[in-house]
Design a protein around this ligand. Structure first.
Ligand code: SF4
Length: 402
């Protein structure tokens, strides 16, 4: 049963930095085509320029508006004065020499930092995008939550992560024909995407634009740790994207220990919400399941999981744990992993073991940022101001008080 709970205070939103005269500039990278047309109309420019600007910003990943040479000089100058494109600074770029994974640590315009990961698969490149600075969900196996939540990202800050990777690929980060672009996106980096749903939906709509990065709906995945009301809201949007639910446990007892969100929305609320989502969208669900030795990887856990998901059109991604130094959790053995996957398959639940990527480059979500900030090599205001009283473990505290 879902208890009546105090809503969590909304995370702090992002706004472009104001101009010296106090005006907030137009957030150009976040504008959808009709909004771009309206904006250009307000400047007395023809509507067709909207598609040109979107193509240059999103597909060519240009960040300096003066470089959009398809526009007259006067328009470029006007845009540069009136609007804003967030350009993150690349603080770290770690490439795994074995599998080609590239992990970026990016500094945003307010000096907050986020991670973005570019992964090489057989089909091409997939980008794992962050949706928040930090996270307040408190999952026990995750480094992103250690410093708590700082703020939501704006849609344009998510597009900016895509631009960084696109630019690297276009400039031949590695000689890798025929792949010179990101072809899939998972919003599965730092943060709980459904806490920032409006910005995330805007971002995936922008990533899908044919004149932009043209990423197919089915190649756009948004994850959640299990925010039931937001899953229901997403179902109403009827966007043909893939929803990936971070499940990680077959029962409330184990999930309570691993994921504090489960005390707010336990499995008897989450699983019906997943079924409602499926009925509304007719899309197959993905369940993410990190395998942790002795915690959730026993044969009885596989059987419970199969019972829980029976009858649902779904796929289970089994993920070998990337250990986080601060957490005393270990990955399952290869044998336990293979047995878990085989048991699920025998019981009619399709499951695959995800290839471990980036093992030599702080692969766990949030680990590069956490280590970098902890080392003090990169100055950051992380220690100075917890957001809205919610810092490390803040969600757990809120649930217990709620
Ligand atoms: S796994 Fe995702 S939701 Fe959980 S703490 Fe990490 S970033 Fe947040």
């Amino acid at each position: 049963m879902v208890q009546t709970l105090r809503p969590l205070p909304p995370p702090r939103a992002w706004l472009p930095p104001p101009r010296p005269d106090g005006r907030v500039p137009v957030d150009l990278l976040a504008l959808l085509p009709e909004e771009m047309e309206a904006y250009l109309g307000s400047l007395g420019e023809p509507r067709y320029r909207a598609r040109q600007i979107i193509a240059w910003l999103h597909s060519r990943a240009v960040t300096d508006l003066r470089q959009i040479t398809v526009l007259p000089q006067s328009v470029r100058e006007r845009l540069a004065q009136d609007s804003f494109v967030p350009v993150p600074e690349i603080l770290r770029r770690q490439a795994d020499p074995v599998d080609g994974t590239v992990k970026y640590l990016l500094r945003l315009t307010d000096r907050e930092t986020v991670e973005t990961v570019l992964m090489r698969y057989r089909f091409g490149y997939s980008l794992c995008v962050s949706s928040q600075v930090g996270c307040r969900m408190g999952c026990r196996f995750c480094a992103s939550t250690i410093g708590g939540l700082r703020r939501n990202l704006g849609a344009s800050e998510m597009v900016a992560q895509l631009q960084v990777a696109q630019r690297d690929l276009r400039q031949g980060l590695r000689a890798d024909p025929p792949f010179d672009r990101v072809s899939r996106i998972v919003v599965m980096g730092m943060g709980e995407p459904l806490e920032n749903l409006d910005a995330v939906l805007r971002f995936v709509s922008l990533a899908h634009l044919p004149e932009g990065c043209s990423i197919g709906w089915r190649h756009l995945t948004v994850s959640t740790s299990g925010l039931v009301p937001a899953i229901d809201r997403l179902a109403q949007e009827k966007m043909p994207i893939t929803l990936a639910v971070s499940l990680h446990a077959p029962n409330d007892e184990v999930r309570d220990r691993l994921m504090p969100i489960n005390r707010r929305y336990p499995l008897d609320a989450l699983i019906p919400a997943c079924r409602r989502y499926q009925e509304a969208t007719r899309r197959r669900l993905t369940f993410e399941y990190v395998l942790i030795a002795g915690v959730n990887d026993l044969p009885e856990h596989a059987r419970e999981l199969a019972d829980l998901l029976r009858g649902m059109s779904c796929h289970v991604n089994l993920i070998p744990l990337n250990p986080v130094a601060e957490r005393a959790l270990l990955p399952s053995s290869r044998r336990a992993t293979a047995e878990f996957a085989a048991l699920l398959s025998r019981m009619g639940v399709p499951a695959t073991v995800r290839r471990q990527l980036g093992t030599s480059i702080d692969a766990a979500c949030g680990q590069l940022r956490h280590r970098t900030l902890a080392s003090g090599v990169v100055s950051d205001s992380l220690q100075e101001r917890p957001i809205g009283g919610i810092s490390s473990g803040g969600l757990l505290d809120t649930i217990q008080r709620g």
